[in-house]
Design a protein. Sequence first.
Length: 201
Amino acid sequence: MWAGLLALLLAPAMAQALDFDGDGYDSEVDDCNDLDADVHPGADEVCNGRDDNCDGTADEGFDADGDGVTACGGDCDDGNDAVYAGAAEVCDGADNDCDGEIDEPYDADGDGYTTCGSPADCNDLDAATNPDSAEVCNGRDDNCDGVVDEGLSDCGTGGSGSDDALKGGGCDCQADIAATPPALPAAAVLAGLLLLGLRRR
């Protein structure tokens, strides 16, 4: 009899002793984290990567696009179910895998432009060819604008062995033109011949 009475008197104290964080929930019964008073059954679920309300699921209600990754769990675009941490990167101008880089496997030459970008890299095997490059007299579209050797003087076909052909596609570059001695005016040539004839007399 005395033992039963003692058990009844001690029961509230024992129950209270099992609620270590003082949130009113027993750690042996239903409190899944009895060291945090904010975690217990009925608590508001917060986007923090843990199960605040002890229902066995973390961050429920914070996955707007239903891709299985929450905004607080690494989903950088919770309105697009194809974008989340761990997704495959696609050549589409978006950061599909949420690593802070866009189309990272699609810049083979490392010039900062991808084949799927806008503007796009028209030769992803040559770092000197991209939308930001200067056009060079070489028979190629260096700046990816769809035109070859634009803005350079005397672009023609060039014969074999000519300077045009050696430049790879038929341009006399401005530098070549500047290096060529200018032709003397006809009047200067005539005056020179006359002077030479007078000296011989």
